[in-house]
Design a protein around this ligand. Sequence first.
Ligand code: SAH
Length: 413
Amino acid sequence: MGMGNFGKTSSIRKNGVHLSSVTLKQSRDKILNRKHPWIFSGAIEKVEGNPSNGETVQIFTSNKTLVGSGSFSPSSQIRVRVWSFDPEEKIDVDFFKRKISLANSLREKIIDTSKTHAYRIINAESDELPGLIVDRYADYLVCQFLSAGTEFFKKIILEILDDIIKPFGIYERSDLEVRTKEGLQPTQGLLKGIPTENLVEVRENGFKFLVDIKAGHKTGFYIDQRDNRLLLSEFAKGKNVLNCFSYTGGFSVYALASGAEKVTQIESSFSALELANKNIELNGLSLTTVENINDDVFKVLRKFRDERRTFDLIILDPPKFAESASQIQQAARGYKDINLLAIKLLNPGGILFTFSCSGHISPELFQKIVADAALDSEREVKIIKQLTQSSDHPVALNFPEGLYLKGLVCLAN
Ligand code: SAH
């Protein structure tokens, strides 16, 4: 990377705007070679210019070579998130226009928007916009501003989204504790446009779903499972299906529409189950072959084991069990527990769709956990497909942390 016109110690931009800067420790000079967008506090030798929360800083190596710019986050361990590895690139309105347009045009290529109205437009670091999530639900956008830098440029980002996508309204669902690590308060609400009185109706692979963008989980719907729900359709015909952690019935609708004989849903949230019923009916499917159990999956699976109930197809899509690296062991015990119980409930030749959305659990570890469960079940279990998050949640190769959803389709004899 060249030094451009910046000179050895200058932090004066060509346009005369003075930017604050960080200088890396000599031992960490090479960290940006792999273009990972995070600079931890321990890699920084000094900060000059007293940058505020989220302000753009220039990034210098120890010998004063300018290598890029990023957003400064004084209270976070991730002290800087890189906006650009190009020392010449200005972080201004045009920068955000370029990045947002690029992300949006990628989705137009990979999503059939005539059949699917719920998809991720901006996937944070993997779309080179660290900390920014934007999901589209038909005529509404739902955003999460999860880094100090995205909060700093919030107004600009909103105007560009409004301009490019022209939604009816833009909601914020930054009601997440991780915001406090960035010195920001959790927050939510309408940011732009007109509010929606009702749930938003979307299509996903042609199926209809009502989404509660104001109070549902995450931004309202688990759009990251779209491709996996479609795959489930291929396995569901004539099957007795158990959908564990069913939320608003995503997997259930696909299963019933492809001819499942019966679907049993287990879900701890009563309102999610109610919405699942609405979604099933919205697709012209009957509730007579649906059994809802508003209870804890761990408990119900044990009850089914004791009752010797069995199923042909089981889905395990639990919430994130490991919120941090310190919780990996405990999470692994939870995953093993439900997978062991589920494998035991499968009829011979039964299929298990099992998932983990904990970023801290690697695909290798997840496979090992399921292997341990299979061993204890004394069943012969094979992986017939390995799954991940849908294609609108890409993983930039310089940001492996972007891969969080892992799934295995297993066949148990
Ligand atoms: N498969 C769903 C998403 C599942 S998210 C879909 O495709 O839309 C995980 C769900 O599990 C949430 O709805 C949450 O309310 C529920 N949940 C969390 N812990 C639970 C438990 N112990 N028992 C039952 N449901 C639980």
